[in-house]
Write a protein of this length. Structure first.
Length: 134
């Protein structure tokens, strides 16, 4: 995907934007964390939904949460449901390698944007800035 200068300038925040990453796969979590940091976002990362919820209980309210669907223990959709109660101002984005049919079944009736793995980082940035196609 090629991006022009006007599009690219909208992808990077003018002021720091906080993002929580909930991803059990350590390499994916680390790469996503570094890419977001290099793009001007402030990040905090967790390997489980339970760890992330414990952090939210301490009061932080990031603008975005990038959440893997298939997590050990509480899954990503369960986490997002709890997140809506704990931090309604946090916008969740689901990421998954789950097949389309299963994903459609699991997200039926839910209004949560999702991206497929392998993750297209520019698409994530477009989703976070609200400029992605529906």
């Amino acid at each position: 995907m090629l991006l022009n200068t006007a599009t690219t300038s909208r992808l990077y925040p003018a002021t720091p934007v906080d993002v929580v990453i909930v991803e059990d796969e350590q390499t994916s979590r680390r790469v996503l964390d570094r890419l977001l940091l290099a793009s001007g976002y402030r990040t905090v990362s967790f390997g489980t939904a339970e760890e992330a919820l414990s952090w939210f209980d301490q009061g932080p309210r990031p603008q975005y949460a990038v959440v893997d669907l298939d997590l050990p223990g509480m899954n990503g959709l369960q986490f997002i449901d709890r997140l809506r109660f704990h931090s309604p101002e946090t916008h969740a984005i689901l990421v998954t390698a789950t097949d389309e049919q299963t994903l459609t079944r699991k997200t039926r009736g839910l209004h949560v944007p999702y991206l497929r793995k392998p993750l297209d980082f520019n698409r994530l940035l477009l989703t976070m800035t609200g400029t992605a196609d529906p």
